[in-house]
Design a protein around this ligand. Structure first.
Ligand code: XIL
Length: 379
């Protein structure tokens, strides 16, 4: 009788031990199996639209190995969002203030400069070892009323331009590696845009702006920056001829920025982009991608997110192959704060992270290109 009881207790003990072992084993395997982050394209897109790679890298870690500046526009207004800050620091090595250095924000009244927001961005960049692109000194938009409605003589206009450029560029001397000196000065047809600067100073305002910026910081790289000039077309021909003429006159201009605001319906032909980069480089210029985003008609479907990723991939690859590892900057990184929905109604989802900071297919497309490039150079 006693031995039967002991037998039963033994059997019970063995069963308990076996169950406990199984339980612990399941815990261990759950913790050690590789966790692969699933990219997602937005609220409603949880299907497999892309095969994710294990994420033991960031864009920055890969770009650093290539000597590539990879960047994003950033805004001081989102600095209280911890995810925002964390993602910038992890993924990018270069930043452009989205608005903080524009005329209306930095020089809102005659002789009044408001530097605090731009200063905060530059301090943040310094703290985290990020390079800063200055944007932008002379543009026809985001101007204060005292400029758009200003009534001055030509000499006074030149003085205003001189004061603005000298003050802003000198303040960030040695902290901003490159400036968009003149932004969007050419029309679709390749002529000079009828801006407040052209009307009041004449075409010489462009040359003047570059010379002044160079005087204020002789080490900064000075850029002409525009949209719609990524392929060979009338506008890029106009920009090409303009810069060629300026260079002949010894104007200090070091590069051209292709903004690359494109959409899944309208994007540059890679061959034409490559040819265009080549001709600008043959002038001795650097070519940077300065504001890329790829907008989608909303709501974005999985197919559209996949197409967007393809476009990011093609453009990035073509750029790296034609311009060498130089500078690739996007106009933001999270769809949460993109300018696109505010500016082009019914368009959006243009960036590489969704509103919840989840990596989208486009993110992995950039990673793939970087891995391919690293593979190439290791051969
Ligand atoms: C945009 C900003 O993203 C918006 O926040 C702002 O309201 C308007 O300007 N080309 C440029 C950028 O050179 O300065 C623009 O930025 C986008 C188009």
């Amino acid at each position: 009788m006693l031995s039967r009881r002991i037998m039963l207790i033994y059997i019970l003990l063995i069963v308990v031990i076996a169950l406990a072992s199984l339980f612990f084993l399941s815990l261990i395997t759950r913790n050690t199996s590789t966790r692969v982050e699933k990219p997602s394209g937005g609220e409603t897109n949880n299907n497999d639209v892309y095969t994710p790679l294990a994420k033991n890298y960031t864009l920055k870690s890969l770009a650093d190995r290539l000597g590539l500046k990879i960047g994003t526009a950033i805004s001081f207004s989102h600095f209280d969002d911890a995810n925002y800050i964390e993602t910038i620091v992890q993924e990018f090595n270069t930043v452009t203030p989205e608005n903080e250095m524009k005329f209306v924000l930095i020089h809102p009244f005659p002789s009044i400069y408001t530097f605090s927001r731009a200063d905060r961005i530059v301090e943040f960049a310094e703290k985290h070892g990020l390079k800063v692109r200055g944007h932008c000194l002379v543009w026809h938009q985001q101007l204060p009323d005292w400029i758009t409605q200003g009534n001055f003589t030509r000499e006074e206009w030149i003085q205003i331009l001189r004061d603005h450029i000298m003050t802003v560029v000198s303040r960030y001397r040695g902290k901003v590696y490159a400036w968009d000196v003149v932004n969007e000065a050419v029309t679709e047809n390749g002529y000079l845009r009828n801006s407040v600067w052209l009307r009041n100073i004449g075409p010489e305002y462009i040359e003047l702006a570059f010379r002044l910026a160079h005087e204020a910081d002789p080490n900064a790289l000075l850029f002409y920056n525009d949209y719609g000039i990524e392929s060979i077309n009338r506008k890029s021909d106009g920009v090409y001829n303009l810069i060629k003429t300026l260079l002949k006159r010894g104007v200090p201009i070091h590069g051209v920025g292709f903004q690359m605001h494109i959409s899944i319906e309208r994007y540059p032909d890679p061959d034409s982009l490559a040819e265009n980069i080549k001709r600008f480089r043959e002038l001795g210029l650097q070519v940077e991608i300065t504001e890329m985003d790829v907008s989608i008609p909303m709501p974005a479907s999985n197919d559209e997110l996949a197409k967007q990723a393809e476009i990011y991939k093609k453009i990035f690859k073509t750029y790296l192959d034609s311009a060498g590892p130089n500078t690739f900057i996007m106009w933001g990184f999270t769809d949460k704060y993109s300018w696109i929905p505010y500016t082009f109604s019914e368009s959006g989802a243009a960036l590489i992270f969704d509103e919840k900071y989840r990596t989208k297919p486009a993110y992995y497309a950039l990673v793939e290109v970087l891995l391919e490039e690293l593979d190439e150079i290791s051969k």
